[in-house]
Design a protein around this ligand. Sequence first.
Ligand code: ADP
Ligand code: ADP
Length: 237
Amino acid sequence: MIEFKDVSLVYPNGTQGLKNINLNIKEGEFVVIVGLSGAGKSTLIRSVNRMVTPTGGELLVDQENILPYKNRKLRELRTKVGMIFQNYNLVKRSTVMKNVIAGRLGHTGTLKSILNLYSKEDMSLAYQSLQRVNISDKVHSRADQLSGGQQQRVSIARVLTQQPKVILADEPVASLDPPTSHQVMTYLRKVNKEDNITTIVNLHFIDMAMEYADRIIGMRAGEVVFDGPASTVNEST
Ligand code: ADP
Ligand code: ADP
């Protein structure tokens, strides 16, 4: 599904974010990337939806090199590859429903969303997505009235309405307490299994990675230094 072929990324200031990354991530895999701050986890994840652009190598999504993508191809890529952030990135003053439906229509602020031109189909998909992460009772609430864990569930629902093939989650639980973190990871794992969505998650904590991942990738200084099934991590790290 996702193939890194000798991918490197040098930032404009000369920092090498990624060094010769070679990885093959299969459809439906749940991959957790671990490593210290600055290891390149975020750069790796953000390459897959082209929030950052590698400067060398090839990065294939569905067998197509995405590095030359522009405009329409980039928009298509970002529909196929959904993203979840540490700080939820919801429109705070908007309702949960409006936030989630934005996953389907593009950003709030488009003409369609301003005029509330939601089709029945868009609305029911948004509502079903909220049900899947158990937060449909908050459909009328303003996003900023929800707890962190609830907001992250809404952001999972938003990504689900775009019916992605891949979900990227950049430190999705870094702002949450341990029980809430487990809840969010459980929902990510659930939708990964149910819809066979290829999922890549960055985490700080190895114990949580071992609990949820099919496969763990360890990074240090822009390089992959470990890659294996979660069950084999103990000895080698
Ligand atoms: P992680 O997610 O593991 O904390 P990052 O991918 O954010 O690591 O960062 C990898 C390296 O790239 C670090 O040295 C970081 O300082 C650097 N870096 C990240 N973003 C930029 C940027 N926009 N410009 C320059 N250097 C950056
Ligand atoms: P408003 O335009 O009144 O602010 P929103 O666009 O925020 O409304 O919300 C859309 C509405 O869709 C909400 O009132 C939500 O409760 C409602 N809704 C409830 N059930 C469903 C469903 N199954 N499918 C679609 N929408 C639903």
